[in-house]
Design a protein around this ligand. Structure first.
Ligand code: NAI
Ligand code: 15L
Length: 268
């Protein structure tokens, strides 16, 4: 049966807030989890991914998990280790103990951020391109994908790892014209990832059907995902303001953009 009750970790964050608005229309009842309070949601669970007892209680009885919580930019290895590596392990252990059989893991393009970006007629980047993390942050997403594979092979827990490009209401840079995932397409993709059958551990890129796309969406489409948005409607304005990407600029040479040169840092 299709999942109905879904634990949303990272519910207070940017993507979490967008998905709280969009996913209920697909019929999901969301249980919310975040270390930060969730605005206007007194029933949200306020706890850290380090709190194993809170996690165990949070996953009890849910049909599936969307795991967004964690540090979403570059930070010291110690911080990444605690929140993203140990935190994701703690969540999967809780899911195993409570028998939650499907997770959607928010991976990131930064797991493969040092992959040269396609130019001209170059082929799109496939999901099985070698991992080339651009930061400790990207490295933690590689760990999450491998943990998901292990928990499928060893314990039969299924995961769709979504290497999200940039999920924001609108693209704000020329790079984002290639990697943008509209919030509405994000909800379509998470819904497909929650409901597709026999996913084992599947890795997909998460973006809209952008004219300037850099990677191959076929594994996402195979789940039933049909993106409807294309960032190209924002292209004229952004290119007029910022110019086209300069292939001679190291920041623009790889998928990860500024994460490969001067990564934005977690402020907390
Ligand atoms: P965000 O930084 O806005 O939200 C992350 C949330 O996780 C925050 O509300 C924070 O309080 C919570 N959190 C952090 N550490 C925690 C811990 N130890 N225990 C419990 N909660 C904790 O990030 P955003 O943009 O919403 O991203 C969500 C997820 O998607 C992240 O895992 C991020 O790495 C991933 N992602 C997002 C992309 C995007 O375009 N927004 C692109 C690629 C991946
Ligand atoms: C990410 O992984 C970050 O969490 C998000 O804030 C954006 O920077 C995004 O990648 C991106 O590559 O634009």
């Amino acid at each position: 049966p299709a999942p109905r009750t879904v634990l949303l970790t990272g519910a207070a964050g940017g993507v979490g807030t967008l998905m709280r608005d969009l996913l209920p229309a697909y019929g999901y009842e969301l249980r919310l989890f975040d270390v930060a309070p969730v605005d206007g949601e007194p029933d949200a669970i306020t706890a850290d991914l380090a709190d194993k007892a809170a996690l165990r209680e949070a996953v009890r009885g849910v049909d599936a998990i969307i795991h967004l919580a964690g540090i979403s930019l570059e930070a010291s290895f110690d911080k990444i280790l605690r929140a993203n590596i140990e935190g994701t392990y703690n969540l999967y252990e809780a899911a195993r103990e409570e028998g939650v059989r499907r997770t959607v893991f928010a991976s990131s393009n930064h797991a493969v951020g040092f992959t040269p970006r396609p130019q001209g007629d170059d082929p799109l980047i496939p999901v099985d391109t070698p991992r080339r993390p651009d930061t400790y942050y990207g490295l933690s997403k590689c760990f999450g994908e491998d943990l998901a594979q292990l928990y499928w092979d060893l314990h039969g827990l299924e995961t769709v790892s979504v290497r999200i490009g940039s999920c924001f209401p609108e693209p704000t840079t020329v790079r984002m014209l290639s990697v943008w995932m509209s919030p509405e397409d994000g909800a379509r993709l998470f819904h497909a990832a929650l409901t597709a059958e026999n996913v084992g551990h599947t890795v997909v890129y998460g973006s809209s059907a952008n004219t300037r796309l850099w990677w191959d969406l076929s594994s996402a489409r195979a789940l039933g995902y049909e993106p409807r948005d294309d960032s190209e409607v924002y292209a004229a304005k952004l290119v007029a303001e910022q110019g086209e990407l300069d292939p001679g600029n190291p920041e623009h040479a790889h998928l990860g953009g500024a994460f490969t040169t001067n990564p934005p840092r977690w402020p907390h």
